[in-house]
Design a protein around this ligand. Sequence first.
Ligand code: ATP
Length: 481
Amino acid sequence: MKDSNDKLMDKIISLCKRRGFIFPGSEIYGGLQNSWDFGPLGVALKKNIKAEWWKRFVQNREDIVGLDAAILMNPKVWEASGHSETFSDPLVECKECHTRFRLDENGKSQAPSTKSQINSPPKADPPLAGNGQSGKCPNCGKENLTEAQDFNLMLKTSLGATEGKGSEVYFRPETAQGIFVNFKNILNTTRKRIPFGIAQIGKAFRNEITPGNFIFRTREFEQMEIEYFVREDEWESWFTHWLDQIKQWNVDLGLDDGDLEYVEVSEDERAHYSKRTVDIEYKFPFGQKELYGLAYRTDHDLKAHIDVSGEDLKYMNPDDSKDRFVPHVIEPSFGVERTVLAVMLSAYREENISSQNSNNQAPNNNGAEEENDVRVILKFPYWVAPVKVAVLPLMKKDGMGEKAKEVFDVLKLEFDCEYDESGSIGKRYRRQDEIGTPFCVTIDHDTLENDSVTVRDRDSLEQERVAIADLAGYISGKLNK
Ligand code: ATP
């Protein structure tokens, strides 16, 4: 059964903390405004997601190369991109309790998403104008709000020993601009021909007015972005290509198609330079919200950098020097933390163990099952699972512990493995189910006699007897199926 009740977020947050996926940031000091730290399993999960993304879009393709640009960039970058001027959200303050919040999150105005506001032409009839904003404060419920003000979301810091004007720089609010400013370097060093793309995974920072919903909206997060450079007359087919790629990625993450919506962003909600934007939205327990974005950014960014930097960022066809132009761009943009959250929500299951077959018990474990008969499972696709194999001696005594260690030492060279010998076997199975481990290898009395183990399948609960000599091959066969 897939849990779809309102408590799902609470259950996920609690599981994340309990099992070491995600902890509240700076917890021993009372936390820091919705910041989160990824623990041992969380970091392994993120690593798997980022590695697969990189393999799929960079390593396996001839037409995409990678980049890791600096987080702190020359402030002129943000002038050219429009972020200094217009990367803002509408901020209102309650005059009673002084809570500040983003207007569109109060349900009173549906402001366009932050990125799409960049360089958008001023609206003839701004929805936020007026003397004071009508609506209730989400904190105290009173109706006494200030007028909405544009609040720039870029986080500032200063470089060098002197603070103040001239030393101010921004933590990048998106990874994309690092790609545009390196366009020429990459062209010159890789000799790629259009169409080609540049991919980057890295941190981005936004001084969100109201961060929240666990890791959905934070001020520090990671993006996986591609700027794909094309000829203008080919943008439509490449847009379709990237939409298909995102759809396939979502399938491979195990996201239910019914939980996803591919929303065409209307012309007045798009940036003025964008001819098409699709928001990929996921039905989170707190509402349907953006998971990823796909935008056709025309030749806007490169042109803006040509204007502000004075550099020639045109592409020249190596076979035809007259074929020179500013390429157009398709941008698929993926948030790492939102991926983690959607994957966890999709994978979470509670199963009534009494309705399962008796295979949830290890052989010779004397029927030891836990009293609590609800089995919590993270049914991750195998490639996502932070731990692939758990090695569990039925008991520590009689040499089973030593034998299990031997098996673990071999398997760990090939797979993300965990060794666990504490507590009853039933409890250990439950723990592995809860962190989404596809296979549990149990070392029992028979192992000592005939060098075979049982392999328990997370989803079917079936157990197979496998010779230790065949174990690694057996597991990799299952994982790569
Ligand atoms: P939103 O409307 O939710 O603020 P956005 O439209 O501003 O999002 P983009 O600028 O398109 O988001 O950023 C690309 C991707 O980066 C998003 O689709 C999302 O996955 C991720 N992302 C953006 N802002 C945040 C954030 N504050 N916390 C976590 N991930 C984020």
